[in-house]
Design a protein. Structure first.
Length: 556
């Protein structure tokens, strides 16, 4: 549940810390007081789109924090653990928004993406808006609502996964089938290319080795001449070795008189040994390097073949073996494509059968819960003043199956006795549609997996005794989960276990919005204002007190 909402510098809110309780909390206040700002702030924390205009005038940034208790929310705990954001069952969502429009999100103090915020928020809270009824006219929304009510997520996921698998196989099959049209010409081209490469037969690493060998053979004379000169300088009479031996003899003769010469003597001996080893190494190199014009010619010719083939195929010589492999693989694939087509066709048929099995199982579940949800919504309609109303969920098969399965949903309603059920958008008036929408939302909320539900003025267009019924339904929902309702109806607000008043105040320099929890006396005054208008009389206060007493008695 949402334990606390803290907001700083958001629109008219300068600083606000709002503690919330379990059960049903009603939020009330005059039009324009800033009730929608609370939802805007909460929406920010939940990952909704950030708008720089929300930052309070004159402030550098807005800051919103939503603190959730998830001790009973296993899905949220698992999500946090999977993303390495868990912190001893703490769930603190935070969002900052600068006046320039830059925003940052945090979960338990760690920076995260906005998409991660939105992903987690779906496990924490569900907001039902006053314009929800407009989306109910959409067929896909209707199907999603039925699936949410049925809570058969595993069936929905299995059907979508099976359809995705079938679709991927079918796309591969169609692409392979299309390639058969020019199959023969491809085989001829690839066979010719294969013959060209087979004739030259490039080897792995061959080009690099030949290039190095050619470089050595073509400069063999210069290399041997340089080696000979270096050997003479190092090892011949009067060379480096002779001079080092002389230097060593000189130091050895006097080293017994000066012990500090010992390190220098040791270094000279080491240099002498190194110079002798170098002389031996380059002499070995001299023996290995031959003046071999025939081998040089053969190397040049082989490199010329490799260069010619690489130039023809517009690649580097070092890439020849890779191209040769690709040609062989593509030719083998085409030659085996007929067998692949047959195997793919078999796989596609099997995948379609798997999809059909899961889609039909999902269809049966939808039919079962469509009947159940229809009856529940019909009952709610009756309690909301539509005594002769009837609600039906009609399921028909799609002409073309998709990832949602094989079903198409249509909500049908009959508002009056004797009238046949017709599509929702053809029957219901604006007021009726609001009540039907509320009945649907309350019915779906009863099985909602999210622990917090928010109703944003969903009781618009409802009044009198019906408003009292709405309040009762909210209070009953509050026994199973946390319910927050923004309302203009005193009869609804009275049923709240907690009532918060949102008010706007101004001084000479600024306007701010505050939220205060109302005590018993303040609740009577607020409900009186809501049911009585601007002028509050003793009679109005008495009426408000009676409304609250009735609501509290219902809670018992």
């Amino acid at each position: 549940m949402l334990q606390e909402l803290s907001i700083q510098n958001l629109a008219l809110i300068e600083k606000l810390s709002l503690p919330l309780e379990q059960g049903f909390t009603s939020l009330t206040g005059e039009t324009g007081a800033g009730k929608s700002i609370l939802l805007d702030g909460l929406g920010l924390a939940l990952g909704e789109r950030a708008d720089a205009s929300l930052v309070r005038h004159g402030a550098k940034r807005a800051d919103v924090t939503a603190d959730f208790d998830i001790t009973q929310n296993t899905p949220a705990q698992q999500w946090l653990a999977e993303h390495e954001l868990d912190d001893d069952n703490q769930c603190l969502l935070r969002r900052t928004l600068t006046a320039e429009g830059r925003s940052k999100g945090y979960i338990n103090g760690l920076p995260i993406s906005v998409s991660q915020l939105k992903s987690l928020s779906g496990l924490l809270i569900n907001i039902h808006g006053q314009h929800e009824h407009q989306t109910l006219l959409n067929s896909s929304k209707q199907l999603g609502l039925l699936d949410a009510y049925a809570q058969h997520d595993s069936l929905v996921e299995a059907t979508a996964k099976n359809h995705q698998g079938w679709s991927a196989l079918n796309q591969t099959y169609q692409a392979l089938l299309a390639s058969q049209s020019d199959r023969q010409s491809k085989i001829e081209l690839l066979s010719f290319q294969q013959q060209e490469f087979t004739k030259i037969m490039p080897q792995e690493g061959e080009f690099e080795a030949l290039s190095e060998e050619q470089n050595t053979l073509s400069h063999a004379h210069e290399i041997k001449q340089a080696i000979s000169q270096v050997h003479q300088l190092l090892d011949d009479e009067g060379g480096v070795a002779d001079k080092l031996n002389t230097a060593i003899s000189q130091l050895e003769a006097v080293s017994e008189f000066n012990t500090e010469l010992a390190p220098s003597l040791a270094q000279l001996n080491s240099v002498l040994i190194d110079s002798q080893e170098i002389a031996n190494d380059i002499q070995q190199q001299d023996h290995q390097i031959e003046l071999d014009p025939a081998r040089l010619q053969a190397t040049d010719e082989r490199l010329s073949e490799l260069f010619g083939l690489a130039k023809k195929y517009q690649i580097e010589p070092s890439e020849l073996i890779q191209r040769f492999t690709a040609i062989n693989e593509e030719l083998n694939a085409i030659n085996g494509s007929s067998e692949s087509l047959a195997q793919l066709k078999s796989d596609i048929d099997q995948a379609w059968q798997g999809f059909q099995a899961s889609a039909q199982k999902l269809q049966r579940s939808r039919q079962q819960f469509a009947k159940q949800l229809s009856e529940t919504i019909t009952d709610s309609m009756k309690t909301l003043g539509m005594e002769n109303g009837q609600f039906l969920i009609e399921l028909t098969e799609l002409e073309q199956a998709n990832k949602t399965g094989i079903d198409k949903t249509q909500f049908l309603v009959s508002a009056n006795k004797g009238q046949p059920a017709q599509p929702l958008n053809k029957v219901a008036s604006g007021g009726e549609l609001s009540r039907i929408s509320l009945a649907i939302q309350v019915a779906s909320a009863q099985v909602a997996s999210t622990p917090t539900l928010i109703f944003d003025e969903v009781d618009v267009g409802i009044g009198g005794g019906i408003a009292e019924v709405v309040g009762q339904k909210m209070q009953l929902l509050g026994k199973h989960c946390q319910v927050l309702s923004i309302t203009h109806l005193g009869q609804v607000a009275a049923y709240g276990n907690q009532q918060l008043n949102i008010a706007k105040s101004s001084d000479q320099n600024s306007t701010t919005t505050q939220v205060n929890e109302l005590n018993a006396k303040e609740r009577i005054e607020e409900v009186a204002r809501m049911v009585g208008g601007m002028t509050i009389t003793e009679q109005t206060l008495k009426h408000a007190e009676e409304i609250l007493e009735t609501a509290q008695a219902f809670a018992q």
